[in-house]
Design a protein around this ligand. Structure first.
Ligand SMILES: Cc1ncc(COP(=O)(O)O)c(C=O)c1O
Length: 446
């Protein structure tokens, strides 16, 4: 059984059994008896190693990874610098709690985030464990700074599964159903969703539609923060029309509202920039990061204007594990890898390859209503041919056909009709091409 992963793993698609194979099926039996039903798995093969662009399972199958564990292992699984830093850290110490006795790597991660996030103003950070926790803390900080309570979020938005972030998340099933009551003072306004606008609308007009609602239904003076994913992730990789984000950021600035970019899925090279906000030169007041930050270890952050971050009283932020030293060591290894391998450039090249290929596929496949994406965050939206009616059934079939052939793809979207692609940024070209061949064949067979 392959147990050593990382970049030296053979970069090949190899199917030795049906999926899941006998060993995975055995483990599945144990899983069903011991693991709660609410925790689901996209493809129930049990992993023994992963690296570069592949995931290897307990039966020796080697799958092409187009999901990166939901946008996490951008630097690849078990990237060399991550493994080295983590190993050294684990041998030195595993935990002190930064709130009890600090250590250098936490500070170094905050320095890196200050340098990398948009804007050259003085910045500070606080570290946490998960994306949801970062979003929750961004709201706490914005409320403490502004003395206001209302939080504005968008249609199709996803911000996590804790009580406040469930309230901020749009989609009921599976994220919210039966889990209320939700946190109050959360208001949802329309996004710019070019593929689904009833009439074509500029980004500025879509922003005016949203801000008009805020003015009329909430009152700008009551709003602590506007929280937005610059490209929506779980909502279906929705990229707002150009001008939408800058107009929103301007509205926030003019009204003393903290503009929070949830870059948990888009941040740290994924979209072919360090951050998705960089694309239009938007400078958020606060940025939430997680996922790709630490090569697979749990770490998240809120980074932002020093005066906003410091408006919270001493002791008001933190948590036992936030900024754990092993996770911080991993993050420093991940930052090194991103720079050394120019993963911003690599994400752009992945985007060029995928978008070119998918757009030519769209010409012959009428079920592909839209192809969109930036960098290595690419999606196709599947519809009933000739309409914009979402077709989640075909989407699920194509995804299942890809997985059966050893290509791990994910779906997304409010209507469940988006195939989304988030390959590790270190995936070799030949695997990317092979995965696209499998996808093309899957569209032909379903
Ligand atoms: C944009 C965005 N925000 C927040 C989250 C929540 O992150 P976590 O699952 O680490 O709590 C996610 C996770 O998918 C996300 O994509």
């Amino acid at each position: 059984m392959t147990r050593i992963g990382g970049p030296s793993l053979p970069q090949e698609r190899r199917l030795t059994t049906e999926l899941p194979g006998p060993r995975s099926r055995e483990l599945l039996g144990r899983r069903e008896a011991a693991v709660a039903r609410g925790v689901s798995s996209t493809l129930p093969v049990f992993v023994t190693a992963a690296g570069g662009g592949v995931v290897v399972d307990a039966d020796g199958n080697s799958l092409i990874d187009l999901g990166s564990g939901i946008a996490v292992v951008s630097v690849g699984n078990s990237a060399e610098a991550v493994v080295r830093n983590v190993s050294e850290q684990v041998e030195a110490f595993t935990h002190t709690c930064f709130m009890v006795t600090p250590y250098e790597s936490y500070v170094a991660v905050c320095e890196e985030l200050a340098a990398l996030t948009p804007g050259d103003h003085p910045k500070k950070s606080a570290l946490f464990n998960s994306g949801a926790e970062a979003v929750e803390n961004a709201v706490k900080i914005a409320r403490a700074h502004s003395g206001r309570q209302a939080v504005v979020v968008f249609d199709h938005g996803y911000h996590g599964r804790t009580n406040l972030t469930m309230a901020m998340t749009a989609k009921n099933m599976p994220y919210k159903h039966g889990f209320g009551p939700f946190a109050g003072e959360v208001y949802r306004v329309p996004l710019s969703y070019p593929f689904r606008e009833p009439v074509p609308m500029t980004g500025e007009a879509a922003a005016a539609r949203a801000t008009d609602l805020i003015d009329k239904q909430v009152g700008a003076d009551n709003v602590a923060c506007v929280v937005i994913e610059p490209i929506q992730g779980e909502g279906g990789f929705i990229e707002p029309a150009p001008g939408f984000l800058p107009a929103l950021a301007r509205y926030c600035r003019d009204n003393g509202i903290v503009f929070v970019a949830d870059e948990i899925q888009t941040g740290l090279c994924r979209t072919g920039d360090w951050f998705a906000c960089d694309h239009e030169g938007v400078v958020p007041d606060l940025v939430a990061t997680a996922k790709g930050i630490a090569g697979g270890l749990p770490l998240s952050a809120v980074t932002g204007r020093a005066e906003i971050m410091d408006s919270v009283h001493v002791g008001g932020l933190g948590g036992t594990y936030g900024g754990n030293p092993v996770a911080c060591a991993a993050a420093l290894g991940a930052f090194t890898t991103m720079r050394e391998l120019d993963l911003v450039g690599r994400a752009r090249r992945i985007g060029d390859t995928m978008l070119t290929r998918l757009r030519s596929l769209q010409v012959g496949v009428p079920a592909i209503g839209d192809v969109r994406g930036r960098g290595a965050m690419v999606a196709v939206e599947i519809v009933v041919p000739g309409t914009t009616e979402p077709d989640p059934t075909t989407t699920a079939r194509v995804a299942a056909a890809c997985r059966a052939e050893g290509v791990l793809v994910l779906t997304a979207g409010t209507y469940g009709n988006v195939l989304r692609f988030l390959p590790p940024l270190v995936i070799p070209d030949h695997l990317l091409t092979e995965a696209l061949d499998v996808l093309e064949k899957s569209f032909a067979t379903v």
